[in-house]
Design a protein around this ligand. Structure first.
Ligand code: F6P
Ligand code: MG
Length: 443
């Protein structure tokens, strides 16, 4: 087992990595995202002036110069710099950089192309946050806010279809058989899986929204679900529901805002309505991350949009979800661990509070590709390595990854499946066309 995509030697960079997805991401996609950040800040100049006067204009200039320098560091393969801002996670990032140093030969510095892809990509988003924090009074401005909002609006029809489906189904719940409940649960799990196609970091911030109703496509998408452990989830939740008055807690580690967040809310609502759990705990990011990841602002904004929508079932969903939060059957959490580059198997040591929180759960659903990479440490595992083994010591509770494949790591496949796909489709691991609903019991 080794680091994946470590660009160990800048000299041999093109020879060894040209054409690889990691190479393309660092060389091409990340600088583009930074260019968009610069444009966004520039386009909001007037807003900053209106809100903060001259101080806003100064901050705009400062942020733009920070990000231009950052883009240059990246494109010219400069050393990774320690973070300077004083934040609760600063020492963890700087420690991580020290560890990277120990992986190199004496005298060599970790640089953009000589560090693991996962680390470098996370580091860029943390530096963006640093650039904003160093630019008061516009520090709170979400540089990805506008594209996240836009992706929500672009998915309107698909959102309406889901809200309508949920509300109509909820009317029938008292008369549903156990099999029908199970079928409904499976349906909404798959909806949440395919919702993960819509992330904006892979599309470089371009529109990647869901235009049509996903429900109608579920059957035709089934062959693309490479691991389907839905029955294990059903077994856990349908069993816990049988004990009267017992508390059953499901945690959802959220990924992208926009359409995907709606699919997660719909799933969460259905889990409660089908009496499969009594509490849903959501986990989101403390600051803007990988373009489209959900922050508190996106979480609240999305519910507010539904509440205010001019559509009966959308606003009904918004109302219910607001009430759920108020009465505590939905709980919102955030933790800086989710925006670290660390493997999840280090969570117990690095963020023991979060690990202890997850231990209280009956089932943890972990959304998205980046989280899968962190679950498996982004290592070059054999395709058939059991998922539980790739998690190493990360077993806080029974857990399930719900992820479309956008990076070249995959475990837990049946023998031959990975090899067959590799021979037929060179980009099967990064195109987002395939997905997994992959379970690991608590150990
Ligand atoms: O593949 C590109 C990438 O930026 C990955 O680094 C990352 O894992 C993924 O996109 C983000 O996807 P998701 O939103 O599903 O975590
Ligand atoms: Mg994401």
């Amino acid at each position: 087992m080794q680091w994946m995509n470590t660009m160990e030697n800048a000299v041999s960079l093109s020879a060894r990595f040209e054409g690889s997805f990691a190479y393309y991401t660092i060389k091409d996609r990340l600088p583009k995202i930074l260019t968009q950040v610069i444009d966004t800040i520039h386009r909001h100049k007037n807003k900053f002036y209106e809100e903060h006067g001259e101080a806003g204009m100064e901050a705009e200039k400062k942020a733009i110069s920070f990000f231009s320098k950052l883009r240059n560091e990246m494109q010219t393969d400069k050393p990774i710099l320690p973070l300077t801002s004083d934040w609760p996670d600063t020492h963890l990032w700087n420690q991580y950089l020290e560890q990277q140093r120990t992986l190199l030969n004496e005298g060599e510095e970790p640089s953009w192309f000589r560090s693991p892809w996962l680390y470098v990509e996370c580091y860029m988003y943390r530096r963006i946050q640093e650039g904003m924090m160093l630019s008061p009074p516009i520090a709170e401005f979400d540089v990805f806010g506008a594209v996240k909002n836009e992706s929500f609006f672009q998915s309107q029809q698909a959102i309406i279809a889901l809200c309508t489906h949920l509300q109509e189904r909820k009317r029938d719940i008292p008369s549903l058989s156990k099999e029908q409940c199970q079928e409904e649960f499976y349906k909404l799990l798959q909806v949440s899986l395919w919702g993960n196609k819509c992330d904006l970091s892979i599309s470089g911030g371009q529109d990647n929204s869901q235009k049509s109703s996903i429900l109608a496509s579920l059957e035709s998408l089934k062959p693309f679900v490479l691991v389907d452990d839905m029955v294990s989830l059903w077994n856990i939740l349908s069993r816990s529901g049988t004990e009267k008055d017992a508390k059953t807690r499901v945690d959802i580690v959220l990924d992208n805002a926009g359409f995907e967040l709606i699919t997660d809310f719909i799933l969460a609502d259905a889990i409660l309505s089908l009496n499969l759990a009594t509490e849903i705990h959501f986990h989101a990011k403390c600051f803007p991350w990988f373009v489209s990841d959900t922050t508190k602002r996106d979480f609240d904004w999305t519910i507010q949009q539904l509440l205010a929508a001019n559509h009966r079932w959308m606003s009904k969903c918004g109302q219910t979800w607001k009430e759920n939060l108020k009465k505590g059957s939905w709980v919102y959490h955030e933790n800086l661990f989710w925006t670290l580059p660390h493997e999840f198997w280090s969570m117990e040591g690095v963020a023991p509070d979060l690990y202890a929180e997850l231990k209280k759960s009956n089932l943890v659903l972990i959304k998205g590709d980046l989280n899968y990479r962190k679950l498996t440490g982004d290592r070059k595992w054999d395709f058939t390595t059991p998922f539980s083994q790739a998690l190493k010591t990360f077993h806080p509770a029974p857990l399930c990854s719900i992820r479309t494949l956008k990076a070249d790591v995959q475990v837990g496949l049946r023998p031959g499946v990975g090899e067959k796909l590799s021979a037929a489709e060179s980009d099967w691991m990064v195109s987002g066309k395939y997905g997994v609903i992959q379970f690991s019991p608590a150990m």
